[in-house]
Design a protein around this ligand. Structure first.
Ligand code: HPA
Length: 241
C-alpha cells in the first residue's frame, strides 16, 4: 500500500515529512497543482500534493483534478487520503471537528470529471454507490480512536462550485437533500480516484458553520482559526496512520 495525501486549505505542507524527492509531472491532462513531495512520515513512505498549489493560489473550480490524480497513479500511489476544509451544516458538524464522510452529493459543474471521454474503445461507467473506500475509512476511524482523536464517523459531503461561499437558501436546500457538510473540492476528485481504481477517503475539517447556520457573515479569519486547530489533529492522525 502506498499512501498519498492531498492537502487542502490549511494543509499546504505536512509537518514532520522528511522530504527525499520532489517530482514534477506532466500528464496527458496537463499539469498537477504542484510538484509531488516524496518522503517519509513517521517512517513510512508517502507522497504529498498541495491541492491548491504551493503557494496556495488555485481556486477550487480551477484545480486540474484529472492531472492531480493521474500523477499520483503514475507515482505508484494505491491509496489517497484527501484532507479538505468544509462548512458544517447539521447539528453535530461543529467548527474544529474532523469528519470522515461516507457519502457525496455533487453540485459542482463545468469541471473535467472523467478520464474516459476521448479515444474510447468502450463507454465506461464506474460503480460509485459508495464513493469512499470503506476499508480506508475504517482505517482512519480506528487509527483516530487509538490516538484518542475525536472524529465523526459519517456524513454526507455536498460539493459546491465555489469559489464563493453559499447562500443561506442554498445551504437550506442542501440540508433538505441530506447534506451534512459543504465543501468545494470533493468532486470530481473522489470519482477520478475510483476511475483509476485507487482507494480514496476524505478527512474533512470543519472550518465554519455553513451559511445561515449562525448569525452574521462567515469571515476568513474565523475559518483560518478553526482550521488551525483541526489541522493539528489531522496532522497527528496522518502521522499515526
Ligand atoms: N462552504 C464551502 N466550502 C467551504 C466552506 C463553506 O462554508 N468552509 C470551508 N470550505
Amino acid at each position: 500500500m502506498k499512501i498519498a495525501i492531498i492537502g487542502g486549505t490549511g494543509l499546504t505542507q505536512i509537518k514532520g515529512l522528511e522530504l527525499s524527492d520532489t517530482k514534477k509531472i506532466t500528464t496527458p491532462f496537463g499539469s498537477p497543482s504542484a510538484d509531488y513531495q516524496l518522503g517519509q512520515l513517521n517512517g513510512k513512505e508517502i507522497i504529498f500534493l498541495a491541492r491548491h498549489g504551493n503557494p496556495h493560489l488555485i481556486p477550487p473550480h480551477k484545480i486540474n483534478y484529472c492531472a492531480n490524480i493521474w500523477g499520483l497513479k503514475e507515482l505508484g500511489a494505491t491509496t489517497i487520503i484527501a484532507v479538505a476544509a468544509v462548512g458544517g451544516i447539521t447539528k453535530e458538524m461543529y467548527p474544529g471537528r474532523i469528519v470522515i464522510p461516507n457519502q457525496i452529493i455533487d453540485y459542482s459543474y463545468g469541471r473535467q470529471h472523467s478520464f474516459f471521454e476521448e479515444n474510447l474503445t468502450e463507454v465506461v461507467h464506474i460503480d460509485f454507490s459508495f464513493p469512499y473506500s470503506e476499508k480506508l475509512r475504517k482505517k482512519l476511524i480506528n487509527t483516530a480512536r487509538q490516538a484518542h482523536i475525536d472524529v465523526f464517523t459519517e456524513g454526507v459531503y455536498g460539493c459546491t462550485q465555489g469559489p464563493r461561499l453559499e447562500t443561506a437558501a442554498e445551504i437550506s436546500r442542501m440540508e433538505k437533500d441530506g447534506c451534512d457538510l459543504v465543501g468545494m473540492t470533493g468532486m470530481p476528485e473522489a470519482a477520478l480516484a475510483r476511475e483509476l481504481e485507487l482507494d480514496y477517503a476524505a478527512c474533512a475539517v470543519i472550518a465554519n458553520w455553513a451559511a445561515g447556520k449562525t448569525e452574521g457573515t462567515i469571515t476568513m479569519s474565523e475559518i483560518e482559526q478553526n482550521l488551525k486547530q483541526g489541522m493539528t489533529e489531522v496532522a497527528a492522525l496522518l502521522a499515526k496512520i
